[in-house]
Design a binder for this molecule. Structure first.
Ligand SMILES: Cc1cc2nc3c(=O)[nH]c(=O)nc-3n(C[C@H](O)[C@H](O)[C@H](O)COP(=O)(O)OP(=O)(O)OC[C@H]3O[C@@H](n4cnc5c(N)ncnc54)[C@H](O)[C@@H]3O)c2cc1C
Length: 245
């Protein structure tokens, strides 16, 4: 398989945790220093491999949260009963080391090489690679008009909330909170649906770049909604985190 062959060429690198930021009660960002890291593109991910003292190994994939050129960072949501995420969110401390492999992915990437409008749709931790794109957009001074539609369960679950509250010029952020909303909430308060997509999505004639990321069900719903609006399926790039996310 081509994918397996490509992964085979990537070496596992020792990565050291140099900083950790609690983003929400269940989500933490880890800044990593990995010897031999060659840099990445916005939207790519890494594989993380943990090795226990008895040699048992567990692996999971994590999108890169930082922009190209910034220190490598991943943002992890803790899943109950998980093998990898509870360790990364709840146990790791500065100076701890584990292995990473990457960067991985050449399709779910945005380099900012043109100024076509960008539509980013995120569910939960699916916002991670899209924020890498937003950070990259700011760093390169791109003027591509960009909209982020971001679905979270509650206000407290919004990852990178302070950063998204102060968007750069030309970036619009639309939140929807699906389970609970603080009093006075003026954003959306339901799951993403056709009416919401119609209000937020760029007209197809503008030839937008579309990236959707989140759980498999979330991604499928959002992509199906855009296709129903007339977006060609092939114009929509998706990243599925699995049943969770
Ligand atoms: C390309 C890619 C990028 C990703 N980026 C991020 C990211 O930036 N941040 C982030 O937090 N996560 C991300 N994920 C998800 C991440 O890889 C793990 O799936 C997640 O952290 C759970 O791993 P774990 O080892 O803790 O849990 P596991 O041991 O794998 O499972 C934990 C629990 O969740 C359930 N579960 C987990 N995955 C599934 C599934 N697919 N189907 C059904 N049940 C499941 C299991 O039943 C189990 O009880 C990404 C996934 C992919 C494929």
């Amino acid at each position: 398989m081509a994918g397996a062959a490509l992964l085979g060429r990537l070496t596992w690198l020792a990565a050291e945790v140099v900083d950790a930021v609690q983003e929400t009660p269940r989500v933490r960002t880890l800044v990593l220093d990995a010897d031999g890291w060659a840099g990445h593109r916005a939207g790519q991910h890494v594989d993380v491999r943990l090795t226990a003292e008895d040699g048992y190994q567990a692996e999971s994939s994590y999108s890169i949260a930082s922009a190209p050129g910034e220190p490598l960072a991943i943002t992890v949501e803790e899943l109950e009963d998980g093998e990898v995420s509870p360790y990364l969110v709840g146990e790791v401390v500065d100076g701890d080391r584990f292995e990473i492999r990457g960067p991985i992915g050449g399709y779910f990437v945005w380099d900012g090489s043109d100024e076509a409008p960008v539509l980013l749709i995120a569910g939960g931790s699916g916002v991670v690679p899209l924020v890498s794109m937003i950070r990259h957009r700011a760093r390169i001074g791109s003027r591509a008009p960009t909209r982020l539609l971001y679905s979270s369960r509650s206000y407290e679950d919004i990852i990178y909330r302070a950063e998204l509250d102060e968007p750069a010029d030309g970036l619009e952020v639309f939140h929807t909170l699906t389970r609970s909303q603080p009093s006075g909430w003026t954003g959306y308060a339901r799951r993403i649906d056709a009416e919401m997509l119609d209000e937020v999505a760029w007209p197809m004639d503008d030839d937008p770049r579309v990236f959707i990321c989140g759980s498999t069900r979330f991604v499928d719903t959002a992509a199906d909604g855009l296709v129903a609006m007339g977006y060609p399926a092939l114009s929509i790039r998706t990243e599925r985190f699995g049943a969770t996310g």
